[in-house]
Design a protein around this ligand. Structure first.
Ligand code: ZN
Ligand code: FE
Length: 256
């Protein structure tokens, strides 16, 4: 079976750029366009030609490079239909349940509103890959700029439902700070303590902590664990509704 190559590299202060390449068809997609220069440099370095941009949401550090990259390469831009008016150069608008064909593979679009109103994720099921933008981070989740806690919790549950082995590409390197917060709200989670040690080690060596996996996030990410007794006790919401636990966890992180 053919397979897609993911090439990851830093952009801006703490973003990651991703190029998705299909050796069989020669197609290459940029997942979001945080910064033009590094994307062009990595394309040239790999000898790849940009054919697609797959946007997750409209923020400048995700769609800011669209127009220039399209002008230079003539690539096709696919992005979220519920915020299509804010996606520069968009050619095809997609939403929850839609299918995107790329490189002989199919990605399912998952609607994950919360960080922005129309945020989407791309799940390449046959490749066990998901690009989740600013919805799910390693040990964190996106800030609720345009959505409610209930919306975001519903969105995160869609991601939790993916297979544990799904490799998750999130758009920022926020993991070390996220780990400090996670430990403060779930202090008795042994898997989290172990993971925090591994994260510190990686960052000391200047290595990325992205990608992660759904399985790893389910066992250690407090935003996916509102049913954790440890979390509920620590934040004073024992037995509360899961949406309320999620909402308070998010609010505590906003002020951490
Ligand atoms: Zn964003
Ligand atoms: Fe971002």
């Amino acid at each position: 079976m053919s397979h897609l190559i993911v090439h990851q590299f830093p952009c801006l202060n703490d973003n990651y750029g991703f190029l998705l390449h299909a050796p069989e068809t020669g197609e290459t997609a940029a997942i979001d366009t945080p910064e033009v220069a590094p994307i062009l440099r990595e394309l040239e370095d790999k000898g790849w030609t940009l054919t697609h941009i797959l946007n997750t949401h409209h923020h400048f550090d995700h769609a800011g490079g669209n127009q220039e990259l399209k002008t230079r390469t003539g690539c096709t831009i696919i992005g979220p239909k519920d915020e299509a008016d804010k996606i520069p150069g968009i050619d095809r608008a997609v939403g929850d349940g839609d299918e995107v064909l790329f490189g002989g593979q199919s990605a399912r679009v998952i609607g994950v509103p919360g960080h922005t109103a129309g945020h989407i994720a791309y799940h390449f099921g046959s490749q066990n890959l998901a690009f989740v933008g600013d919805t799910l981070f390693a040990l964190g989740c996106g800030r609720l700029f345009e959505g409610t806690p209930a919306q975001m919790w519903t969105s995160l549950q869609k991601l939790i439902a993916l297979p544990d082995e799904t490799v998750v590409y999130c758009a920022h390197e926020y993991t070390q700070a996220n780990a400090r917060f996670a430990l403060s709200v779930e202090p008795d989670n042994d898997a989290l303590h172990e993971r925090a040690r591994q994260i510190d080690e990686k960052r000391r060596k200047g290595q990325p902590t992205v990608p992660t996996t759904i399985g790893l996030e389910k066992s250690t990410n407090p935003f996916l664990r509102p049913s954790s007794g440890d979390l509920q006790r620590t934040i004073g919401l024992e037995g509360a509704d899961l949406v309320d636990v999620f909402a308070k966890t998010r609010a505590l992180k906003d002020n951490f």
